[in-house]
Design a protein around this ligand. Sequence first.
Ligand code: MYR
Length: 285
Amino acid sequence: TTEVDRMKTAIVTDSTAYLPGPERHRLGIRMVPLSVTIDGKVYEEEVGLEADRFYDFVREGELPKTSQPPIGKFADCFQALKKEGFDAAVVVTLSSGISGTFTSAVQAGELVEGLDVHVFDSEIACMPQGFYALRAAKMARNNATPEAIMTELQEMKKSLRAYFMVDDLSHLQRGGRLSGAQALIGGLLQVKPLLHFKDKVIVPFEKIRTRKKAMNRIAELLAQDAGKGHLEAAIIHANRAEDAEAWREELSRKFPDVEFVVSYFGPVIGTHLGEGAMGLGWVKK
Ligand code: MYR
């Protein structure tokens, strides 16, 4: 095929991948933001509100609420891509089990004619979601078809793991994003359970008593996979940059073959996890 025959595929993700703006721009990844409402004011995250300012706000003010992007936001993005000459788009969203973002993107895709829209449910959020978007962007640059990109993303799911912990479970409970824990709740509030995603929703993985033990347990889980091939990994923190950096150094020493980046829980995810949350996600390279 000639250059002209090739499908031009755009990569879109929502803000909860927390891919830094300059990196998104460099790779041509489009971003559609979710929003948080604080004291009656609506902020689009990563556009009108950055993570550090958000945690300051929340410590002082009201408890925020989050919302998925309206269908129109995705539709506007798709229209713009069509105008720019794209034929297709692969949209990587956070898990459909915790947000309506996936459905919003699917419905917008049905509305907009002339753009072949494929929506990928990452079944996760934050930098692990970002890993999918980055891989997709790389493939799109090499002229892969949207179908080939979707197949590769499904394949990645097999090796993607993510575990995280929170300082205070009440945020997840209040927002209704903690599943399978009803029977445990009483006991869980006293411990630091390790959490993960199962079937698109957040469930406790193991009951662990201290933060340090939870971090060591995550490292043990990483060790089980680190021997099986090259991994890329992300340490994710909710306003604990120094702790995250220290953990990165410790893990890099233990796992010299794993490529680590430090990322963050931004306003929308931070609303549901609370300040101090920490996580680690990895996938085969
Ligand atoms: C919405 O209002 O649609 C957004 C709801 C977001 C819920 C977030 C729940 C916590 C997700 C934790 C992700 C951890 C990834 C390692």
